[in-house]
Design a protein around this ligand. Structure first.
Ligand SMILES: Cc1cc2nc3c(=O)[nH]c(=O)nc-3n(C[C@H](O)[C@H](O)[C@H](O)COP(=O)(O)OP(=O)(O)OC[C@H]3O[C@@H](n4cnc5c(N)ncnc54)[C@H](O)[C@@H]3O)c2cc1C
Length: 585
């Protein structure tokens, strides 16, 4: 049904994405008196943010008095292997206490100590107990609170709107095109400023802790087409333990608390193999090291027939397990009829978090396109080569708010709202080009892509694998023009899947190209052909779309110089290897 019809809407700021970052941004904008609208492509009560379990970091020092923003900075910077944006990290470390306290006061109801202060738990690689939490459902309680606040402020949320294009003219963004995911009716949202809060791209791997139809890299695609750069797309965090069965939910997270509570890893010979990878810390080693250990055992033939290793906590009694890790106990009973107090689980690494993303200025989270901002998992730079657990929930609150304020300031300063008929027509044409019969279906191609990313751009990569993967991605890309996309008044799923696939392909391609460019092993990026880190050269990898030939271009740039005071902090920091009692997630 080719059409150039649309409904027009007007707002000061348009927020794309109703996860934690999008909601926090919108609350700030409305509180400052401007008009804001939020769009999302899945139910507002069910964005990726609800999955976050373990907690959110803020250096209150409620239990460990010596904690400070400085130590939070040091832990985050060092664990990011020196390529994280120091200014972003400093902002996060300084502002987290205010923002975490604020959301608790708004109703998140985090766990409290007897003295009424927020309780704090250990998370891996944090020197002190710094992670505030609500049981094992912190993301849900944050989201619920933000939704309540947004409702009190009468912020309109349209959560069945798929954004297919940002409207950009001469380097300025003036809105977005979307369509209703059921009726396919199109809307143009004209806005002074737009904030992208669309999450990451980890659903592109066969095994992923994301769910269907989320994290398909839409924001990266929208940003590239708008003229933005992406930073360090090769930095994808693999969590050591995802479920392998049943196939439909392969990758679903098995929390690191299982290992924290005494779970042991075994290969198919019954060997407790972590002794070969980190003799001291064993199963309590860092996330990247355990992921590589699991991966190596499986790929060298010492895994189970389902492509996993065993994670065993059956030496603990059922009461202990029900008290400490009740959700995991239920997860295995419900999906596999497996009683983990009697038998071991089978687990394998799973793609978990996108550390790279849209390149933004640290303070305002603005992009290089005027009027376009980005916040949350879609933005890059904060985590460098490895994300510490608990830092992303802090990120969505802090930089959601900062992007909100910056968009308000931008909106207040502009003299007129841009319009461009040709840009709008092009946005229509970019949807219309898909609406035809064809030989290919998007879902099988998406599944092929997930296999490719897993096999050729997985936990450990090398140049040969990456080049084969790149070729295979481009082969799928060439099939996009033959997609069969049919829509009617009751469904436009074909169109949704087609656009998901288009975004997934360009996100995969930029990830693989960046991974080829980074000839070293650093944090989450592991290359068997370059097994060592190159400390001499700290650089970021940037991806841009060349509009003239529609090709992605990759550039390495030395990392920005870190401020002397921060540099002194890092240089004087002592490595902390004490892991007793520390949960790792
Ligand atoms: C199992 C699990 C556990 C985790 N635990 C923790 C934890 O304990 N602590 C922590 O700090 N972090 C944790 N994380 C990470 C954290 O949950 C995420 O990084 C964070 O919630 C991302 O929030 P966001 O607002 O950036 O994006 P999301 O919550 O992913 O929201 C993205 C929004 O964008 C919308 N969207 C996407 N594309 C489009 C489009 N084309 N058009 C319209 N809308 C679109 C989506 O519908 C959604 O509303 C965990 C992650 C997982 C998977």
């Amino acid at each position: 049904m080719e059409t150039y019809d649309h409904k027009s809407e007007l707002t000061n700021v348009l927020v794309i994405g109703c996860g934690g970052a999008g909601l926090r941004a919108a609350i700030e904008i409305k509180s400052q008196g401007l008009d804001v609208k939020i769009l999302g492509k899945r139910p507002k009560t069910d964005p990726h943010t609800v999955l976050a379990a373990g907690g959110v970091n803020a250096a209150f020092g409620n239990l460990d008095k010596a904690d400070s923003w400085e130590q939070h900075f040091i832990d985050t910077y060092l664990e990011g292997y020196g390529i994280g944006d120091a200014v972003q990290i400093e902002m996060m470390a300084k502002e987290a206490p205010t923002l975490v306290e604020e959301i608790d006061n708004w109703g998140a109801n985090f766990a409290k100590l007897d003295n009424g202060k927020l309780d704090q738990r250990f998370f891996g690689a944090h020197k002190f107990r710094r992670t505030c939490y609500s049981g094992d459902y912190t993301g849900y309680s944050i989201l619920k609170t933000l939704l309540k606040k947004a409702d009190e402020l009468n912020i309109p949320i349209f959560d069945s709107q798929y954004v297919s294009e940002l409207l950009v003219k001469d380097g300025t963004c003036f809105g977005a095109m979307s369509f209703d995911t059921i009726s396919s009716k199109r809307s143009i949202y004209f806005a002074d400023a737009v904030i992208l809060c669309t999450g990451g791209h980890t659903r592109l791997w066969k095994k992923s802790s994301s769910r269907k139809n989320e994290n398909t890299g839409d924001g990266y695609h929208l940003a590239l087409k708008a003229g933005c750069a992406l930073i360090d797309m090769e930095m994808v965090q693999f969590h050591p333990s995802g479920m392998v069965l049943p196939e439909e939910i392969a990758g679903t997270l098995v929390t690191e608390a299982v290992r924290g509570e005494g779970g042991m890893l075994f290969n198919n010979r019954g060997e407790r193999f972590m002794v070969n990878y980190d003799k001291e810390r064993m199963e309590l080693s860092t996330r990247d090291k355990v992921a590589i250990a699991n991966y190596t055992e499986i790929s060298e033939g010492r895994g189970t027939k389902n492509g996993a290793v065993y994670l065993d906590i059956s030496h603990k009694d059922r009461e202990f397990i029900m008290k400490k890790i009740p959700s995991i106990y239920r997860q295995f009973i419900e999906t596999q009829m497996l009683d983990i107090s009697k038998k071991p689980m089978e687990v394998a690494p799973t793609a978990h978090y996108s550390m790279g993303g849209i390149h933004v200025n640290a303070l305002e989270h603005c992009t290089t396109v005027n009027g376009l901002f980005a916040a949350g998992e879609v933005a890059g730079g904060l985590h460098g080569a490895n994300r510490l657990g608990g830092n992303s929930l802090a990120e969505i609150l802090i930089f959601g708010k900062r992007a909100g304020i910056a968009s308000v300031n931008y909106s207040r300063k502009i003299n007129y709202q841009l319009r461009c008929y040709e840009t709008v027509q092009r946005a229509h044409a970019n949807i219309n080009k898909f609406l035809k019969k064809g030989k290919e279906l998007a879902i099988p191609l998406q599944n092929d892509l997930r296999e490719i990313m897993w096999k050729y751009c997985g936990v450990v990569k090398n140049k040969d694998l990456l080049l084969i993967g790149l070729q295979k991605i481009r082969n799928i890309k060439s099939k996009l023009k033959n997609l069969d996309v049919r829509i009617d008044e009751t469904s436009c799923k074909d169109l949704v899947f087609a656009l998901d696939l288009e975004s997934s392909l360009i996100s995969s391609e930029s990830t693989v190209l960046s991974a080829i460019e980074r000839e070293e092993s650093r944090g989450a990026h592991q290359r068997s052909d370059f097994p060592k880190i190159n400390r001499e050269k700290n650089f970021n990898v940037f991806t841009k779309l060349n509009k003239n030939n529609d090709q992605l271009e990759i550039k390495k740039k030395p990392i920005k110089k870190i401020r002397q005071e921060l540099n002194d902090l890092v240089s004087n920091a002592k490595q902390d290897n004490i892991i007793k009692n520390k949960l790792l997630e």
